[in-house]
Write a protein that binds this ligand. Sequence first.
Ligand SMILES: Nc1ncnc2c1ncn2[C@@H]1O[C@H](COP(=O)(O)OP(=O)(O)OP(=O)(O)O)[C@@H](O)[C@H]1O
Ligand SMILES: [Mg+2]
Length: 309
Amino acid sequence: MSAEIITTDRLSKFYGSIRGIDDVSIKVPTGGVGFLGPNGAGKTTLIRTLLGIIRPTKGSGYVLGYNIKSEINQVRDRIGYIPEFNTSFIPDMTAMKFVAFCGRMNGLANAESKQRASDSLYYVGLGEERYRKLGTFSLGMKQKVKLASALVHDPEIIIADEPTNGLDPTGRTQMLELIRNLQTDQNKHVILSSHLLRDVEQTTDYAIVFSEGEILAQGKIKDLTSGRSTSISVKVKYHQEQFIRNLKDKGFEVWDEGGFIEVKKFNDTEKAIFIAAYDSGAEIRYFGSRSSTLEDVFVDLFRNKEGIQ
Ligand SMILES: Nc1ncnc2c1ncn2[C@@H]1O[C@H](COP(=O)(O)OP(=O)(O)OP(=O)(O)O)[C@@H](O)[C@H]1O
Ligand SMILES: [Mg+2]
């Protein structure tokens, strides 16, 4: 297999005069990739174009060597797709029936579709609940059913479009773990589309960054983010004011962000935080990297779009 699972060359999709994606040339490496970008950046448009759901206005694309225009059946056979919006589940249908039905739609024989449906539902953690009706499922469970139905025909690539939307923190973690583990447990290539860098970071180490229909950057996340200013989040108990004063006195930029004390990274920031806490008598209760949004980390990429290669 080549080192790339998907390539596109100047792929564009315009909805009338509205730009969906414009001149998108990407190379998606094997393993896992995050499609990162704010709302309206073109992630879903690219995914739907790759799946042949919408036809490109111009340009070309290949999935595992198959042409997305002329060999779309071969492309679809090889992709399991978790759409962004809620699949219209029939409330009275059991999870088993639904996933097996998806298997049949993907060309599996009856017995095989049942076996694969059962295996897939067990894989996503819904083995015990597989004969329950979908109408009784929580949103998190429904997302897992969507993942199971994407897996049922054993595709080589899984594309998950914003699969954590609307989920609580536990649901998010479970979903991201499942997607990450697919790479190691089942040798799948995964594409996770999200507007949150932290979701992508937890799942893959490679990202393609979108903005307004264009690609801003692609590469390993650690290379894309290296050298960009980030901050450290701290929570302290006791003497918070003094702790903040100590840091400011040493020249650190400090601000409040949703109840966290944010300290902009500078020289030896970590050490300075511990010294400031010790000197002020504050007790550190939380210490970690800020869970950056895409905008936080790539803010200068967005600002200087013209300068990006
Ligand atoms: N069916 C459509 N008709 C007209 N314009 C559309 C259509 N679908 C998408 N667009 C436009 O194309 C652009 C890209 O949208 P797209 O849904 O691909 O972005 P996205 O990155 O998936 O955003 P989100 O994070 O909100 O899902 C947006 O300006 C959007 O309004
Ligand atoms: Mg979208």
